[in-house]
Design a binder for this molecule. Structure first.
Ligand code: KIV
Length: 299
């Protein structure tokens, strides 16, 4: 990626090369779990960078986590591009994947390629991700790969079409549905996807599928058998109200800390505890006297 420097500093201060596709494959073959996390802005990208994760996804989940939409359906390419550019500015080492927005790739191969190109050219993404493994998504994935852009697939619970799936619920819990997911994953692999996300499917189904998959499989609510895991930044840090999905492990409670912090600030202002002397600037006595005299002229 031309805008990325040739090296980056990792959590221990050591230099890390930008992560490439061969590096991801090497880790997969060595059995080293791949770590992916979502990011939507400069600070979340810096946190991902500091943690030394392998991949960062500018997920369309940003529609909900940072833009306040009720689902991922409404978010636009321009909105995701703005998030992706901010993430790019905060990242050096991790491989950057950008989600294609619902409605920005389904219409035709040329629409899909044009949208994917925007993420590469305008935001410096290394790859794009699209949802579903039906005939349309497989064709779009193939067209984007043929245009020279790596594509990550996404099967199981695909939030862009959650309405058709009956809501935000685990998929592949019947033999027929698990077989559908297997066919979709294989078709995406065959189309040239460099990696596929498995979301919210039974761990046993994932285990049965893994021997058929050559490309790195990144799981979210798909059990421990995958080559790697992804979580939404706001879910793992507790920057949200409510419980979240069953598969989310919380590592912090940032929403509570933010609520407490802003409430404490409001209370300090109202009670005149803030600002205190240490937060204020001063002027020397002579300058102040002179200023006062100037002011008398203005009255
Ligand atoms: O948008 C997103 O955050 C995702 C992940 C859950 C994989 O697609």
């Amino acid at each position: 990626m031309s805008s990325a420097p040739s090296h980056a500093t990792g959590p221990s201060g050591t230099a890390h090369l930008p992560v490439t596709l061969p590096m991801l494959l090497e880790k997969q073959h060595l059995g080293q779990p791949l770590v992916m996390v979502t990011a939507y802005d400069y600070p979340s990208a810096r946190a991902a960078e500091a943690a030394g994760v392998d991949l960062v996804l500018v997920g369309d989940s940003g529609a909900q986590t940072v833009l306040g939409y009720p689902s991922t359906v409404a978010v636009t390419t321009d909105e995701l591009l703005m998030l992706a550019r901010a993430v790019r500015r905060g990242l050096r080492s991790p491989f950057l994947v950008a989600d294609l927005a619902f409605g920005s790739y389904e219409e035709s191969d040329s629409q899909a390629v044009a949208t994917a190109m925007r993420f590469v050219k305008e935001a410096g993404a290394d790859a794009v991700k699209l949802e579903r493994g039906n005939a349309t998504s497989v064709a779009r994935a193939r067209a984007i790969v043929e245009a020279g852009i790596p594509v990550m697939g996404h099967v199981g619970l695909t939030p862009q079409t959650a309405t058709s799936l009956g809501g935000y619920r685990a998929q592949g819990r019947t033999a027929d549905d698990a077989t559908r997911i297997a066919r979709e994953a294989l078709a995406l692999q065959q189309a040239g996807c460099f990696s596929i996300v498995f979301e919210a499917i039974p761990a046993e189904v994932t285990e049965e599928l893994m021997p058929l998959m050559q490309v790195p499989i990144i799981g979210i609510g798909a059990g421990p058998a995958t080559d790697g895991q992804v979580l939404v930044f706001h879910d793992l840090l507790g920057i949200r109200e409510g419980q979240g999905a069953r598969f989310v492990q919380r590592y912090a409670d940032i929403q509570r800390d933010m609520d407490h912090g802003v409430a404490a600030y409001a209370s300090d202002v109202r009670e005149r505890r803030y600002p205190a002397p240490e937060h204020t600037y001063s002027i020397d006595a002579e300058a102040l006297a002179s200023f006062r005299s100037e002011l008398t002229q203005l009255r």
